[in-house]
Design a protein around this ligand. Structure first.
Ligand code: TMP
Ligand code: ASP
Length: 253
């Protein structure tokens, strides 16, 4: 039985608990799936287990190529130990091909290649539905300064190069994805690192041959089984969790 820990924050897909040491947190992956700012909801058994594994895989990979992240280690099937960060209130979206809101806004066919990777920012605010914001707003409202934005852009593009390559190797096209960025202090020195999660919940992934969707669009657009899609991604990357019943939450507060 895991020790009871204090709940710090509960979001739509994850819960954060106090960590074992100062400056750490435990990130718990729920099975809840939401879309369109939680207007559509369901519980997809096993999703949390898959995303915990997949996020571990990507965060470890990023660490190995020198991109700093909040990930410390996976604790069990649904939990990972992470560094506590101050979250920059932005969703950083990187697009390689037009899809989703960009395709709609510009009247582009989904899958149209973009002339170069495009990075855009949404203000993280559920009540407002995470509106797209220009850099001008980000700086004027003090969510990040110009130096932070330069660093965030560089981080986002490094993550894109890494992820696009990893997915290419297993026959998957990385259409777009979203990351979140956190601040950590080392003495007087502030650093920006990749936080939150990287999983098929926050990417668009198309099978290179068939174009099949292997991401949360399966849930958003009712295209079939979400666990089958995520399991396929995990299987191709060699990170399928052990067989067995996914753990039920043990850290109830
Ligand atoms: P969009 O085309 O709907 O703007 O989404 C762009 C990418 O960001 C896509 O990979 C899905 C991801 N995303 C999230 O992770 N969270 C969100 O709340 C939204 C709207 C998109
Ligand atoms: N994450 C958002 C929600 O929970 C939107 C999405 O991913 O489509 O509603």
């Amino acid at each position: 039985m895991a020790p009871r820990r204090k709940k710090i924050y509960e979001g739509k897909a994850k819960i954060l608990f106090e960590g074992p040491e100062p400056g750490t947190l435990v990130q718990y992956f729920k099975d809840d799936a939401t879309a369109f700012n939680a207007q559509k909801k369901d519980v997809i058994e096993g999703k949390g287990v898959l995303n915990n594994r997949l996020s571990e895989f990507f965060m470890n990979g990023l660490t190995n190529v020198g991109v700093p992240t909040h990930f410390i280690k996976r604790l069990n099937m649904r939990e990972q130990l992470i560094r506590q960060v101050e979250v920059v209130p932005l969703e950083v979206i990187v697009r390689n091909f037009a899809a989703g809101s960009m395709a709609k806004r510009l009247g582009l066919e989904e899958g149209t290649p973009l002339p170069r990777p495009i990075v855009e920012y949404s203000y993280k605010n559920d009540e407002l539905g995470d509106p797209l914001v220009p850099e001008e707003y980000i700086i004027a409202f003090g969510w990040a300064n110009q130096q932070d934005l330069d660093d965030i852009l560089a981080l986002a593009l490094r993550v894109n190069d890494f992820l696009a390559g990893v997915f290419y190797g297993v026959g998957i096209k990385l259409i777009d994805f979203k990351i979140e960025i956190g601040r950590v202090w080392e003495g007087d020195f502030m650093r920006l690192i990749v936080a939150d999660e990287i999983s098929p919940d926050s990417c668009r992934l198309w099978d290179m041959k068939t174009g099949a969707h292997l991401d949360k669009d399966v849930f958003r657009r009712d295209l079939g089984s979400l666990t089958d899609a995520y399991s396929e991604v995990a299987k191709r990357l060699g990170v399928l969790p052990e067989q067995g019943t996914p753990e039920k939450p043990t850290l109830i507060n």
